[in-house]
Design a protein. Structure first.
Length: 351
């Protein structure tokens, strides 16, 4: 029998000689998985926004609903066709339903033959990761387990048939177990350790703690020049905690000072309107952090502790000046009060 591009065939056979009959649950679950795949593809083709809940739009169901047009008993041989009677032009790719059948066939091909199942399906769906996840979930419902007594073969439109290989089921299941996508982060601090062996990494002491940064061979000369200096690093966050991978020299720059970006009050953290640049010196085993504009000076054994102490000093200055009545301050104190309040956009004194 020759299938049209509006038909899908499903064959279910038992490989257990003691149980040759096909269970109703096996038939119904496979038909439902195929129907759901059709809806997902139709939803994509019609350009609807992905949804985390709810059913498919009425138009998707009208265009992609399947009906059984042929059925053979014993070993189940089921022919399904589009309920919608409209036919599309070949040069336009067919109707939404016909194109959905073709997409489902392409998805089955990826799951049957490709190693990178998730990225391949994401690409097929034009970077729609939400629908790619739903598609793989339905593939998991459709695909036979390794110990299943049923063999499943599918045919889509005018394409040939494909038997679903049960040994592929673990790959389909694992396709949804993906490592977190890397995100970019920028850190500032002092390079305190350097390894120029195969690891190619250095350690930066930052206000957030120490970070390990990995770099490519071509940056080695630039990295060596910056040992014990203040640097700014941008890169991809690694799987391990506090690790960053640098990809280019543009992501690795020297710094003249360290920016203080927030003050910690009892009620929470307040972000500054503009950073307060902290000069940093290192003597013996201690940092000296200072800013002459706001009369800030602390010493510490690491930058995390040092910047926390600077934040505490700035908070005390805020309480002593920014929240003080102007009548209790000298003319210089009022000027300093306004300078502090400008950090948090609290307004200035108007005489």
């Amino acid at each position: 029998m020759v299938r049209s591009n509006r038909e899908i065939e499903l064959y279910i056979t038992s490989n257990d000689k003691a149980r040759l009959e096909i269970s109703v649950s096996a038939v119904s679950s496979n038909i439902q998985a195929i129907q759901n795949l059709m809806y997902i593809m139709g939803d994509h083709l019609e350009g609807h926004q992905p949804r985390s809940a709810g059913g498919f739009p009425k138009s998707v169901k009208q265009n992609c609903e399947l009906v059984i047009s042929g059925l053979e008993f014993g070993s189940a041989a089921i022919t399904m066709k589009l309920a919608d009677s409209q036919h599309g032009l070949d040069e336009a790719g067919g109707t939404y339903g016909e194109r959905a059948i073709s997409l489902v066939g392409a998805v089955i091909d990826i799951a049957s033959n490709r190693e990178a199942i998730f990225p391949e399906i994401v690409g097929l769906l034009h970077d729609d990761k939400h629908r790619a996840i739903r598609t793989i979930q339905e593939l998991g419902n459709l695909w036979p387990d390794g110990d299943s007594i049923y063999d499943i073969t599918l045919g889509f439109g005018s394409q040939g048939t494909v038997k679903l290989d049960s040994t592929r089921k673990p790959m389909i299941r694992n396709a949804l177990v993906r490592p977190p996508e890397p995100t970019e982060k920028t850190i500032s601090g002092r390079m305190v350790e350097l390894s120029v062996d195969r690891k190619r990494q250095f350690v930066i002491d930052t206000p957030e703690g120490k970070y390990t940064c990995k770099y490519p061979p071509e940056l080695e000369e630039s990295v060596i020049k910056r040992i014990k200096q203040l640097v700014n690093v941008s890169g991809l966050i690694g799987a391990a905690k506090h690790t960053i991978t640098i990809e280019s020299e543009m992501a690795f720059k020297p710094l003249k000072s360290l920016p203080l970006t927030h003050i910690t009050f009892d009620e929470g953290i307040r972000e500054l309107r503009y950073p307060v640049d902290m000069d940093v010196e290192f003597e013996g085993d201690e940092y000296i952090l200072y800013n002459n504009e706001f009369n800030l000076l602390v010493t510490s054994s690491n930058l995390k502790e040092g910047m926390e102490r600077i934040s505490d000093e700035l908070k005390l200055l805020w309480l002593d000046y920014a929240e003080e009545e102007t009548g209790n301050l000298t003319e210089g104190g009022i000027i300093f009060r306004d300078k502090l309040r400008s950090l948090l956009d609290e307004g200035i004194t108007v005489e």
